[in-house]
Design a protein around this ligand. Structure first.
Ligand code: BGC
Length: 347
C-alpha cells in the first residue's frame, strides 16, 4: 500500500510503502533513501509495537544525521584517509569523519529518491542509478535493494548490483532497533548475542589496524549473551575509542548464517540477524543526542542499536580483509535478514 510521505525541499514527492503479513506484522519503506521507516511486531500482550527509530515524514529523513533506517553505500563504514587506489589509479573521496570517509562521504544514498520497480503487500524493490564518479567512486552501477516481509515474521534485505567498471561496493542497512519500542528510551537493558569469536581492532578514529582480536575475556564477548549495557562503561581501550560499542565483529563461519540476536524481557520480542557477509558493525547509538522521532518520541543516547552487516571497515586498505572490490560485470549479491519472534522464556 502506498501513501504520501511528504515533499522534499527539492519538490520531489516521497511515498511510504507498507507491507503486511497474515501474522499482523507490518513494515514500511520509503522511496526517499530506501529507508526502513517502521517495523511493527506483536509483543507478548498481542499489541503491535514499532521497534525501529524513524521519522514521521520525509523532512525528518532529509535533516537526519544519524542514518535512521538508512540504506548506506557505495561503501558503508570507514575508508581511511578518504582515498584509495584501484587498478593503479587514485580516487579521492570526501572526508566527513575526521580525515576519513564514512558511509559514502557525501551525497548519501539515503538522501536521494530511489525508483520503485516493484511493490506489493510482501515486498518492494528500489533502484538507484549510481553514475561513474558518484561520491568519487569509479564505474556506473545500478543498485537494487529488495525488502521482503515473510509469513515467518522475517524482513529480508537483498542487495543486487553489477558494476560496469571495477569498483567498491559495501551496502548495509543502518536501522536502529529497540525491542521495547522505538520510544521506550535506552536499549541498554536488552540482551544481545553476537556470534563472533573475534573483532577487528581499530584506532581512536575507528579505522581498523588490521588486527583480529579474540573477544575471549573482554567486554566485546557477546557469545553467551548479556545486557548491552552490562560492560559498556568498562575500562577497555576499544570502548573508550568507540564511546561504547561501535566495532566490527568477525562473524563466525561463512555463507548465510546466524550473526546476532537481541531480546527485550519487557515485551518478549526477540530478533535474530542473519547475513552472508563476513562482518557486522554493532553500534550502540553512542552519538545520538536528542532527535525528534516518530509520534513525538525524542531519541536519546543509546536509545537504539544497529546491526550493520558488511565487509570489514577499510577493507580496501587491508590485505587480510575480504572485499569490497567488485569487478566489472560481476554480480554483487548479498542478503541480510531480521527475524522476529516472541521469546517468552529466554533460551
Ligand atoms: C558508525 C558510527 C557512526 C554512525 C552514524 C555507524 O555505522 O560506526 O561511528 O557514528 O554509524 O550514525
Amino acid at each position: 500500500m502506498r501513501s504520501d510521505f511528504g515533499i522534499t525541499t527539492k519538490g520531489e514527492k516521497a511515498s511510504l510503502y507498507t507491507m503486511k503479513n497474515q501474522k499482523g506484522m507490518e513494515i514500511a519503506v520509503s522511496d526517499y533513501g530506501a529507508v526502513l521507516v517502521k517495523v511493527l511486531v506483536p509483543d507478548k500482550e498481542g499489541d503491535l509495537l514499532d521497534v525501529v527509530l524513524g521519522y514521521d515524514e520525509v523532512s525528518g529523513y532529509e535533516s537526519d544525521g544519524l542514518y535512521l533506517g538508512a540504506t548506506v553505500g557505495r561503501v558503508a563504514n570507514r575508508i581511511g584517509g578518504g582515498q584509495f587506489e584501484l587498478n593503479g589509479r587514485n580516487y579521492t573521496l570526501t572526508k566527513n569523519d575526521a580525515q576519513n570517509t564514512l558511509h559514502g562521504g557525501t551525497d548519501f544514498y539515503n538522501k536521494r529518491m530511489w525508483q520503485v520497480e516493484e511493490a506489493d503487500d510482501s515486498h518492494i524493490t528500489l533502484l538507484l542509478h549510481s553514475r561513474d564518479g558518484d561520491q568519487g567512486f569509479p564505474g556506473t552501477v545500478d543498485i537494487r535493494v529488495t525488502y521482503t516481509l515473510t509469513e515467518e515474521n522475517e524482513i529480508q534485505i537483498h542487495y543486487h548490483a553489477v558494476p560496469q567498471e571495477d569498483t567498491l561496493l559495501n551496502l548495509t542497512n543502518h536501522s536502529y532497533f529497540n525491542l521495547s519500542g522505538h520510544a521506550s528510551g535506552t536499549a541498554m537493558d536488552q540482551e544481545v548475542v553476537i556470534c563472533a569469536d573475534a573483532y577487528t581492532r581499530a584506532d581512536a578514529q575507528s579505522i581498523p589496524t588490521g588486527e583480529i582480536v579474540p573477544v575471549d575475556g573482554t567486554p566485546m564477548d557477546f557469545r553467551k549473551g548479556k545486557a548491552i549495557g552490562a560492560e559498556i562503561e568498562a575500562d577497555y581501550e576499544a570502548l573508550e575509542f568507540g564511546r561504547g560499542y561501535d566495532h566490527n565483529w568477525v562473524i563466525n563461519g561463512a555463507g548465510y548464517r546466524h550473526a546476532a540476536s537481541m531480546y527485550s524481557e519487557k515485551t518478549g520480542i526477540g530478533m535474530k540477524v542473519y547475513t552472508d557477509l563476513p562482518g557486522m558493525q554493532f553500534y550502540t547509538g553512542n552519538f545520538i543526542t536528542h532527535a525528534d522521532g516518530k509520534d513525538g518520541a525524542v531519541y536519546q543516547k543509546r536509545g537504539g542499536v544497529c546491526f550493520e552487516s558488511q565487509y570489514f571497515p577499510d577493507a580496501v586498505h587491508k590485505e587480510n580483509f575480504e572485499g569490497p572490490v567488485v569487478k566489472a560485470g560481476t554480480v554483487y549479491d548479498t542478503t541480510t535478514a531480521y527475524h522476529f519472534s516472541l521469546v517468552l522464556q529466554r533460551d
